[in-house]
Design a binder for this molecule. Structure first.
Ligand code: NAP
Length: 327
């Protein structure tokens, strides 16, 4: 028997509860993992509250990230006792996920748990930090070095934004953070932002080209913000798009691409290759200090996760929520 958050569909809507389930109910997979920690991403909160179409089949255990220990395996790559990590692959959406004491998974989705971190720490990073790392690597591959100038991070107080600031700053970039919460300026500066700007300067409809300012940008906001960021990017600069907090549209023009040679680079963390995942987590291990992670995380038990999901969507949570199965 194991405890899990279970989402089920009923006539009057969705029902979500912490339940005790028999192991025979676990889905198919060649590796069974004893989950040590998971986390609450925005996507998980949408799944738990039913406020977004995240869950694709019912009943579903949410949780797109997990860290744990292999309990049994028929896969050559993993033996009982191995520490493993999972981010994405549709887990928590189409396959039972990490907000449970046990998970049965396809071994191809797992990577060895990074030795630099404890399970709590890797879950404090979670998909948000791993996505930010993929975005920074994308900038590096475009030849954006710290001497090129200011790098803008939008959605600065969000999970992706916060980690993007911390990673860029650690690598020596001059980081400008754009936020709707100017009252969090001290927090953003403590992460490494050199300047904090009001997101309203970027969120309204703008011109096809603006004054060249950004050498590069990491955007988790989309819509008019992304269009304005592209318009204000310097010749040969790169903008990495990884989110849609303002909207899924991109109401801009081709002017930045054909007149300034700007590159727009997309990030998807869910289906990334094994090699890319291992590289990203290796880099995270080199760049993030444990004290930084401890300051960012709030740890809760599995029995608190349902209530916390509502708080997260209401914007009452700062930093990252780690769900520790030990309570
Ligand atoms: N591509 C991928 O693989 C991938 C992976 C993870 C996440 N994502 C996406 O990336 C985005 C950020 O994820 P997250 O986990 O960082 O979410 P989050 O923690 O909720 O942060 C989003 C941030 O965006 C800003 N924001 C919210 N609403 C806005 C609006 N209407 N206009 C402008 N800014 C707004 C806020 O920052 P301020 O308060 O500082 O303004 C907020 O903290 C989401 O869209 C998510 O779906 C994509």
């Amino acid at each position: 028997m194991f405890k899990a958050i279970l989402i089920d569909k009923q006539d009057e809507g969705q029902r979500v509860a912490l339940e005790t389930l028999d192991e025979s109910r676990l889905p198919e997979g060649d590796v069974t993992v004893r989950v040590e920690c998971s986390t609450l991403n925005y996507k998980d909160a949408l799944a738990i509250t039913g406020k977004g179409p995240v869950v694709r089949s019912f009943p579903m255990v949410p949780g797109i990230d997990l860290a744990g220990t292999v309990e049994s395996s028929t896969a050559e790559a993993y033996q009982p006792g191995d520490s493993v990590l999972l981010n994405g692959w549709g887990v928590g959406e189409t396959h039972w996920g990490g907000l449970a004491e046990k998970a049965r998974l396809d071994s191809r989705w797992l990577i060895p748990h990074p030795t630099a971190f404890s399970a709590r720490q890797s879950m404090a990073i979670g998909t948000a930090g791993y996505t930010a790392m993929l975005a920074v690597i994308a900038l590096e591959r475009q030849g954006i070095t710290p001497d090129r100038g200011e790098v803008l991070v939008t959605g600065a107080n969000g999970g992706v934004g916060s980690y993007a600031i911390a990673l860029l700053s650690r690598l020596g970039y001059w980081v400008v953070a754009s936020t709707g919460r100017l009252e969090e300026t001290a927090y953003l500066e403590s992460l490494g932002a050199q300047e904090v700007i009001d997101r309203q300067t970027l969120s309204e409809p703008g011109r096809p080209l603006a004054k060249e300012r950004w050498a590069a940008a990491i955007d988790s906001v989309g819509s008019h913000t992304l269009a304005n960021v592209l318009a204000g990017t310097r010749y040969d600069g790169t903008v990495v798009a990884c989110g849609l907090a303002q909207g899924m549209d991109l109401p801009g023009s081709v002017a930045p691409f054909i007149l300034r040679g700007v590159t727009l680079s997309g990030i998807d963390s869910v289906m990334r290759s094994y090699a890319d995942r291992v590289e990203a987590w290796q880099r995270l291990g080199e760049l993030l200090a444990s004290e930084q992670l401890e300051a960012i995380m709030d740890t809760i038990g599995l029995d608190e996760a349902i209530d916390k999901a509502g708080e997260l969507l209401a914007g009452r949570v700062r930093g990252r929520v780690v769900v520790d199965m030990a309570g």
